[in-house]
Design a protein around this ligand. Structure first.
Ligand code: OOG
Ligand code: NI
Length: 455
C-alpha cells in the first residue's frame, strides 16, 4: 500500500485562496489598490488600539488580518453546482445556509461554501458565496431555452480537476503534489475569459432579460466576481476609496456602526467595464461584472435577534431606499442609526435578551452551580461573542445590484425553493442557526462540567 501523506483540506484552502487572490489582483488592478488601502487602514487601527492588537495576536489572527475572507461566483446549471460542492469539499468547505435572492429582485438562489468547525475557521475562514441562476424565473420561453442549451454544453472544470476530485474522494485526500496540481486546475474554473460564448446580439438579448443572466450564460466559466478582505474600520475604507481612485457603492450594507458589532457589514467598489469579444464578431464590446468588496463581522444573532434586525431594516427601507448615485446616502445613514437605536448595544443586554450567540468558558476561578448568569457574575465563567460567519440576503442583493446597475431590480415573484436547490446541489445545506446554537450549547456544557468537576 502506498502511504503518501495527505495535505489537510485547510492547507489546500489556504493555498487556493492565496492563488485566487494573486490571479484576481492581476486581472482586476483596482482590487490590488483596495487591498493596499485595507492594509493601510488595518495597520493604522492596530497602531492605535493596543488591546485589539493583543487580542488578535493571542488568537493567531494578526498575520492574516487583511487577507481575503470571501469571494463569489454564479453558476448556470444543477450539474455545475453539484460538482462545485465536490470541489469545495476537497478544501474543507461545505454548504451553509440557503439564500433566496428572488425576493430582492435577483434571479438566483445561493449558499455559502465555508469551513464549518472552529479550528478550520481559525486556520483560514475563506468562503465562496455561490449562486445558481434560476432560469425558471425568466418569462421569455425562447430565450430561456437558448440559455439552457448554451449552459448545457459548456464545461467549466478541467479534466484533470475532475480526476483529482475523484481521487480526493476515493483516497480521502490529496498528496502534496496532487494538492498543488488541484489548486492550479481548480483555479482555471474561476478565471476570467474575455472571449464570450455568445454573439453580441444574443448577449444583448440576455442582458435585456436580466444583466445577471448575461453574466452567467455568456461566458465559458463562472469567473470569480469579487474577493473580500476583512477591514478593521469599514467606514474609513469607504470614505477613503475615492481618494485612491476607486468609486465605492453608495452605502455600506447591513447594520450601522455600533459599539457591539452585529452580523455583517460590507461595501464594494463598482464593477469595472471590461473588454469582451463576442462569438463570430470582429468588434469588441464590454461587460461589467467584477469588483472588490470589504467586510466587517460581528456577533451571530439568534432567530430572535435576527427577527429584530430584519424588522428594523424593513422599517429603514420603508422610509428610504438608498439611491445608487449616493444622492441620499447621508440621509440613509441618519435613518439607519435612528431606527437601530432600538437594538440593544451592550453585550450583557444582547446575552440576557437572547439576541446573540456566545461562547462560554471557565476562567479558572473556582465555583460550583449551574446558573450561567450567577457564575458569570462570580467571575467563574466568561462569555465571548460568536462571530457571524454567514451572509445576509438583503445585503447580498444590495451588492449584486450596485454592481449590475439599478436596472437589476426587477420584480420576480418571491419563490424560495430550498428543496430544489438542495436536490440540485446533491446535499442538504447546514442550518446556520442550529450550528451557532450548537456551539453555544456545547461550550456552556463543557464549562459547567469543568467547573463542577474541579472540586
Ligand atoms: C454575490 C453577492 C453576495 C455578499 O458579500 O453578500 C455577496 C454576487 O454578487 O455574486 O458576495
Ligand atoms: Ni461578497
Amino acid at each position: 500500500m502506498t502511504s503518501t501523506a495527505k495535505v489537510s483540506p485547510d492547507e489546500i484552502r489556504t493555498r487556493f485562496s492565496s492563488a485566487m487572490s494573486a490571479m484576481y489582483r492581476d486581472e482586476v488592478p483596482a482590487y490590488g489598490t483596495l487591498m493596499d488601502l485595507v492594509g493601510q487602514v488595518n495597520a493604522a487601527v492596530l497602531a492605535g488600539d493596543a488591546a485589539l492588537s493583543r487580542d488578535l495576536a493571542a488568537a493567531g489572527q494578526l498575520e492574516r488580518i487583511s487577507q481575503e475572507r470571501h469571494g463569489a461566483i454564479r453558476l448556470g446549471t444543477a450539474a455545475e453546482l453539484a460538482t462545485m460542492r465536490r470541489l469545495f469539499a476537497v478544501m474543507g468547505m461545505f454548504p451553509v445556509g440557503y439564500y433566496d435572492l428572488s425576493e430582492a429582485g435577483v434571479p438566483v438562489h445561493s449558499t455559502a461554501f465555508r469551513p464549518v468547525d472552529e479550528a478550520a475557521l481559525r486556520r483560514n475562514p475563506f468562503r465562496v458565496f455561490t449562486s445558481l441562476l434560476r432560469l425558471d424565473l425568466i418569462d421569455d420561453a425562447a430565450l430561456r431555452g437558448q440559455a439552457a442549451e448554451i449552459l448545457a454544453k459548456r464545461r467549466i472544470f478541467t479534466d484533470t480537476c475532475l480526476a483529482l476530485i475523484d481521487r480526493a474522494e476515493a483516497e480521502s485526500g490529496l498528496s502534496e503534489d496532487e494538492a498543488d496540481r488541484f489548486v492550479t486546475e481548480a483555479l482555471e474554473t474561476f478565471r476570467w475569459h474575455s472571449d464570450a460564448l455568445v454573439s453580441a446580439d444574443l448577449y444583448h438579448r440576455l442582458h435585456e432579460a436580466h444583466r445577471l443572466i448575461a453574466d452567467v450564460v455568456s461566458f465559458r466559466g463562472p469567473h470569480i466576481n469579487h474577493l473580500t478582505p476583512r477591514t478593521l474600520d469599514i467606514d474609513r475604507v469607504q470614505a477613503d476609496m475615492p481618494a485612491h481612485g476607486i468609486a465605492p457603492k453608495a452605502v455600506i450594507e447591513g447594520p450601522p456602526r455600533r459599539a457591539c458589532p452585529i452580523l455583517l457589514r460590507q461595501t464594494s467598489f463598482k464593477a469595472l467595464e471590461e473588454t469582451v469579444r463576442f462569438a463570430g464578431d470582429a468588434a469588441e464590446g464590454s461587460h461589467t461584472a467584477r469588483f472588490g468588496e470589504i467586510e466587517a463581522r460581528g456577533i451571530a444573532l439568534t432567530p430572535k435577534g435576527r427577527a429584530l434586525y430584519d424588522d428594523l431594516l424593513d422599517q429603514v427601507r420603508a422610509r428610504i431606499t438608498p439611491a445608487a448615485n449616493g444622492s441620499n446616502a447621508a440621509e440613509y445613514v441618519r435613518i439607519l442609526n435612528e431606527v437601530f437605536a432600538a437594538f440593544p448595544d451592550d453585550w450583557d443586554s444582547l446575552r440576557r435578551q437572547g439576541l446573540g450567540y456566545f461562547e462560554w468558558s471557565a476562567t479558572g476561578t473556582p465555583a460550583t452551580g449551574t446558573d450561567p448568569e450567577a457564575l458569570l457574575a462570580a467571575g467563574a465563567l466568561r462569555c465571548d461573542p460568536i462571530i457571524y460567519e454567514d451572509f445576509l440576503p438583503v445585503s447580498a442583493a444590495g451588492i449584486f445590484q450596485s454592481n449590475l446597475g439599478d436596472g437589476a431590480v426587477q420584480d420576480f415573484s418571491a419563490s424560495p425553493n430550498q428543496r430544489m436547490f438542495e436536490a440540485d446541489l446533491g446535499a442538504d445545506v447546514l442550518d446556520e442557526f442550529a450550528h451557532y446554537a450548537g456551539i453555544e450549547h456545547a461550550s456552556l456544557s463543557a464549562s459547567l462540567k469543568t467547573l463542577n468537576e474541579g472540586h
